[in-house]
Design a protein around this ligand. Structure first.
Ligand code: AMP
Length: 122
């Protein structure tokens, strides 16, 4: 599959500094910031700085340095926000069936309350 990256998406604008964000962590290849419409007491998004649409796109085309940086950034946010003891959830929505709103890879880190079952029927 050929992935088409739209550089006008809101997270591309955040990475270019055109839109403000509430940064939690910035690393060489990744940025973590608070979701503008939090769905839990902790709701942080982690994005790679590179132009990847979905997790599968990233897994196929990102360099090992980007992948290591990204996974470590997720772990670092969990550590900084102190969610390891009580538990937390990682979500990556992709494409139409995944109901992905922003076409730049992001994982949601959610915590701070019991999050309920993983899926509800739409
Ligand atoms: P998804 O449905 O997985 O694509 O989720 C996109 C997420 O991005 C939603 O939770 C939005 O609240 C969040 N979002 C959209 N615009 C911004 C923004 N400017 N800053 C922070 N979060 C945003």
């Amino acid at each position: 599959m050929a992935y088409q990256y739209d550089d006008q998406n809101v997270f591309a604008k955040i990475l270019r500094g055109e839109i403000p964000n509430d940064t939690v962590l910035e690393t060489e290849h990744s940025l973590a910031f608070r979701d503008i419409r939090p769905q839990a007491p902790l709701h942080v998004l982690v994005i790679p700085k590179g132009p990847y649409v979905t997790f599968d796109h990233f897994a196929q085309e990102a360099s090992e340095a980007e992948i290591v940086d990204y996974v470590r950034a997720v772990g670092q946010v969990c550590s900084m926000e102190g969610v390891a003891v009580d538990g937390w959830r990682l979500i990556a929505n992709a494409g139409q069936n995944g109901v992905q709103e922003v076409p730049h890879l992001h994982v949601h880190i959610l915590g701070g309350r019991v999050l309920g079952r993983m899926l509800e029927r739409a």
